[in-house]
Design a protein around this ligand. Structure first.
Ligand code: NAI
Length: 319
């Protein structure tokens, strides 16, 4: 008999669960036995306004289906209140899905400080505050699972979204560090770059593409990652959407190691530029340790060929 991945007796906090991906997570985890905190501020996708309806509708749907859920209407900036809702109603928190998000798309030239600040507040401070409030509970019970939400815009850049891109790549660094600090306490943290049809994407993708990008198609990866049976996958970045799932990682080119003395000039680097950008023998770094070994090796090297006649365009003398 095929068994379901279950989350009985666990409490899952989903931020931004009033719509889109968050709603899909909330419905799924409730259907698999979890107590769910359905957090949503209930504002517009630009972060304006607030309301209780978005979260209430999802809680009602879960309860009607026989599940257990409670609403929370706080902004993720007040993460401690969201986690407190889990503790007050269910006595524990096991899983945190940092999902809430907004957009303030505008070209960099026209970006206002308020557009920059609000995006950073919701995405970075919001994820931090929720995780910070959950962390002592996770440590005490020696169990916790966190998913943070990045974006292709953060990983690769996206025209008109420099505020959002910056905040989304921040989720990667945040996750990688939480994973390192949490591992000893069985707290596993991963970050996803989803793609799904939602009010955020409905105006930027054609209808036939959107039709194949149900938020429900991001849920299975998240469920697998936060299930107790995952004991090893942490600190990882995944793309997910429309049936596609793939892990991403950092890749380092072969690179160049030169003696760090007064022969270490721009010309010395340019002379061996091919090595700097040579990905034919890549490394996949996951921490600074291997860099320290490289730097130690550089101490033992002889002086460099300064490459006096080298420049990118090969025209003039440069050292
Ligand atoms: P959505 O707009 O449908 O859902 C986001 C939810 O977060 C909304 O219900 C909103 O009310 C809530 N929210 C916004 N600010 C909040 C705050 N301060 N506190 C609490 N709740 C708040 O958008 P979608 O597409 O479901 O996005 C979910 C996450 O996935 C976001 O972090 C988004 O940036 C990210 N994402 C989505 C992609 C997609 O293709 N849909 C692509 C890449 C990333």
């Amino acid at each position: 008999m095929v068994q379901e991945l279950r989350f009985d007796n666990q409490t899952v906090v989903v931020t931004g669960a009033g719509g889109g991906l968050g709603k899909a997570y909330a419905l799924f985890f409730a259907s698999r036995g979890a107590n769910v905190v359905v957090n949503d501020l209930g504002g517009s996708f630009k972060g304006e306004g607030a309301g209780t309806k978005a979260a209430d509708v999802v809680v009602d749907e879960i309860k009607k289906a026989g599940g257990k859920a409670v609403a929370n209407y706080d902004s993720v900036e007040n993460g401690e209140r969201i986690i407190q809702t889990a503790i007050d109603n269910f006595g524990r928190v096991d899983v945190l899905l940092n999902n809430a998000g907004i957009l303030r798309d505008i070209s960099f030239k026209n970006m206002k400080d308020s557009d920059w600040d609000l995006i950073n507040t919701v995405h970075i401070k919001g994820a931090y505050k929720c995780a910070r409030a959950a962390w002592p509970h996770f440590r005490k019970q020696k169990y916790g699972r966190v998913i943070n939400t990045a974006s292709a815009a953060g990983l690769f850049g996206s025209f008109g979204q420099c505020n959002y891109s910056a905040a989304k790549l921040a989720q990667v660094g945040f996750t990688e560090t939480l994973a390192k600090e949490g591992q000893k306490y069985n707290i596993l943290c991963n970050v996803i770059a989803p793609i799904a049809a939602s009010r955020m994407t409905e105006t930027v993708m054609p209808p036939d593409v959107l039709a194949n990008l149900k938020p429900e198609w991001v849920v299975p990866l998240v469920a697998a990652l936060v299930h107790p049976s995952n004991t090893t996958e942490t600190g990882s970045i995944f793309e997910a959407g429309g049936g596609h799932v793939a892990k991403l990682r950092w890749e380092r080119a072969k690179g160049l190691l030169l003696k760090a003395d007064d022969t270490y000039t721009p010309g010395a680097i340019l002379k061996k530029w091919d090595s700097v950008i040579d990905f034919s023998e890549p490394e996949y770094p996951s921490g600074p340790a291997d860099m320290v070994t490289k730097l130690e090796n550089s101490l033992k090297m002889g002086s460099n060929d300064k490459g006096e006649d080298i420049r990118f365009d090969g025209k003039v003398v440069l050292v």
